[in-house]
Ligand binder design. Structure first.
Ligand SMILES: [Zn+2]
Length: 132
């Protein structure tokens, strides 16, 4: 089940980002998944739920946007919708199609909870306090 390893890498990316920004918790994660990937959304959600236990992402809302496959027809010089893995232009029946979207797996956004007092007061890394 490769959704588990995908879920694992999403959690690692999101928590690394949250740590970098000194967040206390991740409240939401938005994902963009191309319809040409073989990722099963339910399996991915399950993987995220299981693997995020005990991490900052444990309570995060997961929003998944499904991206339809779009190709570019070189004959018509325009974007076309690719249906059912059938890489033929519906306008000219051409097969010179370049895939533009449909294969992605991106983190669209990460919403973080931060403890403002801690993050702004604790880390004032300015060098204007010369106590030496
Ligand atoms: Zn065409």
């Amino acid at each position: 089940m490769h959704e588990l390893s995908i879920a694992d890498s999403i959690i690692k990316t999101a928590t690394a980002e949250a740590t970098k920004r000194r967040a206390t918790e991740i409240s939401a994660v938005g994902l963009r998944i191309g319809q040409l990937t073989d990722i099963v959304e339910d399996s991915l959600r399950f993987g995220l739920e299981v693997l995020s236990k005990g991490t900052m992402m444990e309570k995060a809302e997961i929003e998944i946007e499904s991206i339809p496959p779009i190709g570019y027809c070189e004959t018509c010089a325009r974007n076309i919708e690719i249906r059912k893995f059938f890489f033929v232009c519906p306008e000219c029946n051409g097969r010179q199609i370049k895939l533009i979207s449909g294969n992605e797996l991106d983190i669209a956004y990460i919403e973080l909870e931060t403890d403002d007092k801690v993050s702004t007061e604790e880390k004032q890394n300015t060098t204007d306090s010369t106590d030496a």
